[in-house]
Structure formats: structure tokens, C-alpha cells
Design a binder for this molecule. Sequence first.
Ligand code: SF4
Length: 405
Amino acid sequence: MTGVLSLLPEGRPGLLAAPADGSSYRAAGGRTPLTGPGRLLDRIAAAGLRGRGGAGFPAAVKLRAVRDAGGRPVVVANGEEGEPGSVKDRWLLRHRPHVVLDGLRLAASVTGAARGYVYLSDEQAEQAVRRALAERPADVPVEVVRTEHTYVAGEETAVVRRIDGGPALPTAKPPRPFERGVGGAPTLVANVETLARVALIHAWPDEAAGIAGAHLVTLSGAAGAALVEAPAGTHLKVLADLRGHGRAEAVLLGGLFGGLHGAGWRDLPLGHDGPAAGGAPGCGALHFLHPEDCPVAVTTEAVTYLAAQSARQCGVCVSGTGALARTLTAVARGAASDDASAHLLRWSSQLPGRGACGLLDAAARTVATLLAHFPDRVDAHRGSPCRACALPLPHDGRRFAVRVP
Ligand code: SF4
């Protein structure tokens, strides 16, 4: 059972507490006319809003780049959530579609876009968005585009390729979508939480910094799951305690993207300005590893899942994720050669940055952090598996999956 909890200070506007239907949202201050697109852009920049799809790029810089690229831009609300442990984007589209569409409308005004898209794979989210559009049509034509649900379908170049009628697979960069995107036009591909925060900043400008700093976080692990909205700087210990994860010995940060964090994870602060050790929240998914979970087993499941999700377009990704997954599986089974750790270490430092998208980096980072934080646990598998690793280790990501509340 997934719960929904807000840790925002009393009275601060948030996404979990935002009105669910269009008329209540308007009555509360949403969807007001935009008189100064430049002023809103300055406000977003001053508040320090960063993208919530994973990379954490400054939202104002991306908006400005699309606006200044010339031509008639396109804006896309990206609700395709590839991380198996994240539910925030589907929850937003299912339960707060008006706020996301308000953010899309504002992004279109700021960039001068002629049309917009909502990109998703979730059927309930699609129905909610279509109902919201029928209730109150957008200021620019908005089309809903459905895609298949894969780890890479929400990557920004895959989004453009799919909307243009192709497969939802990443392409090489440059050009990036802000230079040449949908139909060749400069295109803003923005995560739906980012757009929803733009809408809240417009409606409650005095609260802009708090709105921009807050995060939607999906918690998961053996003790239970939850969708939480928390202010920037919240320590991971506070989030863990909400669902009984306080005994966890490690956490996977940012879905499968931010790596494994061992001792000291409790003091990591939520936010993009956290320590280099890993304060960056990525898509905001946290998977806690309890003492009965084996870090080798969890990493093996994560990497074999990523290998299975490879779009198989880049040779280095096919061979790299395959080698990582095979070697890790051998380690987990207690059947690896003596130089397995040395191979894993070398590959995890050589592979990042060599694929067309972030999947290969995610696999390499997860392995590198396992070796860095749990060398003794890896060594303990020499010759025989631990109890957890002797069980089947599925490669469909089911360990990390969370039901949308
Ligand atoms: S890095 Fe992997 S998943 Fe990404 S585009 Fe290349 S083959 Fe596909």
C-alpha cells in the first residue's frame, strides 16, 4: 500500500495539497492570466527551479534557450516515468492534471510556442489529462501522445522521436531538442513536476523559493512505500522514518540513476545542492536496503534490469551492460573468477558517457558505488552465495516497482 504524505510547512503551496479539479484550482489562485512572460522567467531563475526528470538542469536556462532559438517552438509535458521505483509523474497526471496543464500553458507563453504535447504511457493518466483538456481547453493546441513504457522512453530525444512518429528511442546529441526537436522546431521537453512547479510559482510568487526547492519523493523498500512532498534539505533519515526504513543500511538514490549509498546515507540532504557524495535527488526515488537485503543482490537485479532495458542501439551499451550484468550475476552466485571485482571496477570507470543516453551511466554508477561502499560484502561472495543471492534474482525491476497511490 502506497501512502501520500506532505512534509511541507503549514500553509506553503504544494503539489500534493493542490486542488484536484479545475474549478477549485482556479478558485485557489491557479490559471491566472500571464501578463509578463519575462517576469515569470526571472522569477523561476531567482527561485532556482531545476528539472525534476533526473538531470536537474536549471529550468529557466532551458526555457530561455528554447525561446531564443527562433522559429515557433514546441513545448512537451513529459510524463513518461521510466524509473521503476518512481510514481510521482503518474500520480501528478492522474490526480493534478490541471496544475501540469497550467504549467504547460505558461511554458508555451514564455517560449512563444505554437503548440504543446503531453507525452505519457499510463492509461489512467491519459484519461485524466483528456478529461481536464475537455473541461478547459488550453491556450495553444495540445495533443496527447501515448508511448510504450520503457526505461528510455522518457529520455528527451526519445520523446521527440516518438512524437515525430518514430520509435521511443534516444538519438545521438547534438542536436538537442532545444535546437532541433519536434518537426525540426526548437522544443522544450519538460518533466511534468517541473511544469507543475512553474504553475505554483506563477500563482504564489511570494512562495517561489519554497515551491522550487520542494521535491516529490517516492520511497520504497521492504518496510513499505510512500509518495512524499518534502522541502529541500530534508535529511534522508527523516524520509526513511516515515515508512519504517530507519534500520536500512543503504539507499539507492534517484531511482537506479544516483548509485548506492552506504554508511552516512541518513545525513544526506534532499536537494540538488547536496554534497558531491550524493545529495542530488534525480527523479526523487529512494529505495532502502534493509539488513536482510544483500547489496550485491540488489545491484545485480538493478544492473540486469538495465541491461534488459538497453535500447540496443549503441554497441558499447549492449556489450557494457551485458558484461556488467553477467559478471555481477557470477559474483552473486559465488561463481566469479578472482579478477571479477577488478574487471567491474575498470568497466564502471570506463563506460560512463559512452552511450547515447544515461542508461549505461546508471548501470556503471550502480556498480561503482557497490564496489566503493560494500567491498567486504562483494568479497564475502567468493566461493558461495549469501542467502539472498541464492534465491532467483529477477531482471524485470519488480523489486523496485511501486504501485501508484
Ligand atoms: S546507451 Fe543504451 S539505452 Fe541508451 S541509446 Fe544507447 S543502447 Fe540505447
